[in-house]
Design a protein around this ligand. Structure first.
Ligand SMILES: C[S@@+](CC[C@H](N)C(=O)[O-])C[C@H]1O[C@@H](n2cnc3c(N)ncnc32)[C@H](O)[C@@H]1O
Length: 284
């Protein structure tokens, strides 16, 4: 697959063309948290995507994604999955994770708490807390629970047992909410968060990071800064264009590494989801 490219299409379609070529997945899917009534563009979280499947559809779709991750992820790679929930439906996130564990080769290896500096006040609710953290789930394959890769360093050797002692890396990351706020996507994460995660999990320089929901390109920016390769999918051409504009400001060497391919025909999401060829390839 062409590296350092964001494909403007459904992530499942991108993954159907990929081989086992990805060292890690770092992504934040839509949380299925828009109210169905949020038809007005200004109240929606995303410019193109309507984030309001039924719970059953959302879970089924997540399972398809994880089966596709299994197909493209190299041995001992991880899926870093930033997931949150709406106040209306706080249980969904747990149902999703349980179904991933039950119905795919993946399990939860760790959960990382991302603490943001700012939170939306929750002054209208008498009982719900104001959420200032989100979770990043670290999924590994069940059979790789003891071997999946991190960059934890050995700090000493126990002479008596011959065992390694490793440094502490804490499952708590403080990082900004986003790089900047914008009207196209109100659910971006920050490149600082992405870089901290890549520091822990990217196996080495020029590792390949895949983001199935690239949004404004935050994962790609972080990957470029860390000297890693990226591949991404995003259905919003406008969001990808914003990343292209950012990229224009990069030094020439980085510009050369980056190429964007516009697959404009695949912009009609319904059409690509129904693409039989792609879904057949996803069957494991
Ligand atoms: C939570 S946002 C990702 C934000 C991203 N991490 C960033 O920092 O900009 C989810 C994104 O997924 C995109 N999206 C929704 N369904 C998609 C699909 N099937 N394939 C690819 N992208 C999709 C939405 O347009 C939205 O931009």
């Amino acid at each position: 697959m062409t590296l350092n490219t964001v494909f403007i299409e459904d992530a499942l379609v991108t993954m159907s063309r990929m081989k086992k070529e990805v060292d890690l997945v770092l992504t934040s899917p839509p949380y299925n948290s828009s109210r169905p009534s949020a038809s007005d563009k200004h109240n929606r979280r995303y410019d193109v995507y309507k984030d309001s499947k039924s719970d059953t559809e959302y879970i089924k779709w997540t399972i398809k994604l994880f089966k596709a991750y299994h197909r493209i992820l190299k041995a001992n790679g991880v899926v870093l999955y930033n997931l949150s929930y709406s106040s209306d439906n706080p249980a969904l996130i747990h149902l999703v994770v349980a179904d991933i564990i039950r119905n795919t080769p993946f399990t939860v290896a760790d959960t990382i708490v991302w603490k943001k500096p700012k939170a939306m006040p929750n002054n209208k609710s008498a009982n719900r807390l104001t959420r200032i953290t989100e979770t990043v789930y670290v999924f590994c394959r069940k059979k790789e629970l003891k071997t999946f890769k991190t960059n934890k360093k050995v700090v000493s050797l126990d002479k008596r047992t011959g065992q390694h002692n490793y440094e502490n890396l804490f499952n708590f990351i403080e990082a900004p909410n986003n790089d900047y706020s914008n009207q196209l996507n109100k659910a971006t994460f920050s490149s600082e968060l992405a870089m901290k995660l890549l520091d822990i999990y990217a196996p080495g320089p020029f590792s390949v990071v895949f983001d199935s929901f690239m949004g404004m390109g935050t994962t790609a920016k972080a990957a470029l800064r860390k000297n890693l390769h990226f591949i991404g999918s995003e259905i919003s051409a406008q969001q990808v264009e914003q990343f292209e504009i950012y990229k224009e400001g990069l030094p020439n060497a980085e510009k050369r590494r980056y190429k964007i391919e516009k697959i404009l025909n695949s912009l009609e999401l319904d059409k690509v989801v129904q693409n039989k060829g792609a879904t057949e390839k996803l069957t494991i």
